[in-house]
Design a binder for this molecule. Sequence first.
Ligand SMILES: N[C@@H](CCC(=O)N[C@@H](CS)C(=O)NCC(=O)O)C(=O)O
Length: 203
Amino acid sequence: MKLYITAGSPYARIVRVVIIEKALQHRVDIILAPTRVADSPYYRINPSGRVPYLICDDGVGLEESALIVDYLDQLDGKPIFNLPAGETGWQARRLEALARSMMDGLAVWGRELARPENERSPTIVRHEKHRSMRMVDLWEAEIEHPWLHGALNMAQITLACALGLDARNPDFQWRRGHPKLSAWFDAITARPSFVATTASSRR
Ligand SMILES: N[C@@H](CCC(=O)N[C@@H](CS)C(=O)NCC(=O)O)C(=O)O
């Protein structure tokens, strides 16, 4: 299989973490895709131009991190990210949705910063910065939830990949005033799957 990524994409990082957690490194070639440039050859591989994008062994392409994770998780017939039924399942989905919501806002902010300075929108940057601060406060209050502890799950991976965007956005200073979240982040990102996929500074 081939996985197209960019070095800084948090959505691609989710998939890269899962590949390591599922010990699938030997089955997936990871390829850097030139995104957001005119006439990129990548557009002939994935017309949307987005990453992550997985080309399966049968040549079929999959876009969307959640779909790719689900596909990879089922490959060995021993999925580890299936959700439980009932109230715990709803809590798991609620927390994952919140983590993805924060990631989406941070991605918009990061995209603005990647533009030439004279093309950036201060309004969008301010809006996303304020959103991220509200979300970080929310996570400081939620972080003791049992689903965010114990066996690794997609809410935990998504939240850690979102917070890890501080490596690429120096204005995303979330640690101050959030000691419980900081301790949680330090513990989860000590896992080899996170260490191996640490986001580098700006692409
Ligand atoms: N909902 C998608 C989001 C993917 C996404 O937004 N990827 C960004 C990188 S962080 C991208 O490919 N940007 C390139 C572009 O917009 O052309 C997922 O979960 O995979």
